[in-house]
Design a protein around this ligand. Sequence first.
Ligand SMILES: [Zn+2]
Ligand SMILES: [Zn+2]
Length: 136
Amino acid sequence: MSVPFTGGCRCGAVRYECSAEPVQVAHCHCRDCQYAAGGGYSTIAIVPRDSLQVTGEVKGYEDAGESGNVVRRQFCPTCGTPVFSEPEIAPGIKVIKAASLDDPSWLVPQAHVYVGHAQPWGIPSDDLPRFEKMPG
Ligand SMILES: [Zn+2]
Ligand SMILES: [Zn+2]
């Protein structure tokens, strides 16, 4: 893995550079992430918010999240790629959708989270720990 790492949306209108290693990488099975992924779960990388430099306009949509806490979901208004989310409860972090990295291959997911909302067909058969919510 290499820092800084870069990424953006599919069309290139939104770009970012991140100067820190992710503090956590997980497969999130919450319903919001299912909508964002168009599938069973989103793989997410959590980084310190001040390590991220973003260029281009993202659009935001706020939902209450599975926990009842507001999460601002940010996506490219041109191509619709979900790129970030910002949990209001944790202003110091930003969540990057793994697929938006230019090279997502080096990420090492550590857990499945919000598995209570997982689809019966949506959990890969691996040995990663599973959590009902976000651990810690
Ligand atoms: Zn785009
Ligand atoms: Zn989620």
